[in-house]
Design a protein around this ligand. Sequence first.
Ligand SMILES: C[S@@+](CC[C@H](N)C(=O)[O-])C[C@H]1O[C@@H](n2cnc3c(N)ncnc32)[C@H](O)[C@@H]1O
Length: 327
Amino acid sequence: MEIDLLLRIAVAFLKDMNLEDFQKLVYETSFLVSDINSFENDKIPKDSDNIQKNKYSSNLFSPEFHITSPRYEAEILLGFILNMTRVEIHANPKKEINDFNKQRYFKLLAMRKNGTPLEYLTNRVSFYNLELYVDKNVLIPRPETEILVDKAIELMNQHNIASFVEVGVGSGAIITAILKNTQNTYGIATDISKEALNIAKHNAEVLGVKNRCDFIESNLLDSPYIMLQKPISLLIANPPYIANNYPLNQEVLCEPHIALFGGEKGDEILKRLIMQARQKNITHIICEMGYNQKASMQEILHYTNYEVAFYKDYAGLDRGFVATLCK
Ligand SMILES: C[S@@+](CC[C@H](N)C(=O)[O-])C[C@H]1O[C@@H](n2cnc3c(N)ncnc32)[C@H](O)[C@@H]1O
C-alpha cells in the first residue's frame, strides 16, 4: 500500500470512521490483520463504551475527547513508524509501506482513537524548544508551563540566583529548560514517583545538563537531603492542582493521576508546599496553579508573609504566581 492511500484511510479513521468500517477498508485494501485481537486488546471504544466516555463529557475546559487535527496526527504517527519527517512523507506519496509497518501503524491509530495521547505513542514531546522523552509515567508538559520557565529565568537573572529546587519534576521539562537557558546554575529536582525521576534523569542526560542537577525521591520538601549542602532560595513547582472529582476527558485521564489530582479541592498540595517553603525560609516561590485558585493562594501566601504577583496563561486564565518573602 502506498503512503497517500494509507494516510487517507488513517485520517478517515481518526476523524469519524468506526472500527468496523475501518477493518472492512483495511481488508478491502488487501491488508491482512494477522492478529485482530491486538486491536481489541487496546480496548477500542464500541458503542457500549460511550456510557463510560460520557461520564467525562461535561467539562468546559476539557471537553469530551476527540481528535482535532486528524491529518496532522496521522502524519506524525506514520512518520514515527517510518522514521520520516512530515516533509519527507509529503514528498513521497507513492512510497510503498510493507505489511509489518502497516500493522504497527494501524495499532497506533487504534490506540490513538481510543484516547492514548499522541505523545505517549511517539514517546516525544516538544517543550521550550527541547525534545523530551515521555511515557505514561509522567505528565505531558503543557505549553502554558513554558510561562513558568520564563518567570523562573527572569527572576534568577534579576536576583542573581544560581540554584533552585523543583518539586514534582515529572519528565524534567522545567528543570532542563531552565538549566539549558541559564549559565552556571544548578537545580535539585524532587518527585514522589521513582519512575518520573528516572525519566527526568534520562532527559537531563540526553540534553546535556545532568552534571548540573540532582534528583531526590521525596514527598514535597520532606527529604533532609534537599538542603543538605546549602540553603536554597528559590522553589519552583508545577504540582498536581486539579480537584479529585473534576471531570477530565479520557485522554487526560491516561496521564498519571498522582500528577493531576491535588486533593479534594485541588489546592491542598500547593498549600502544604507553601507552608514548607516558609518553614525553610525560602525567599522566592514560583508555582503553577489552577485557574480558580487565586483567592486561596493569595490567602495562604499572605498568611505566610509572602508578597505575590499572579500571572495568566495564553487563554487569559489565572495560572500561576511569583511570591517573595517579605523582609
Ligand atoms: C503536574 S505534574 C508536573 C510535572 C512537570 N514538572 C511538568 O511541569 O511537566 C506534578 C508532578 O508532581 C509529582 N508529585 C505528586 N505529588 C507529589 C508529592 N507529594 N511530592 C513530590 N512530588 C509529587 C507527580 O509525580 C508529578 O510528576
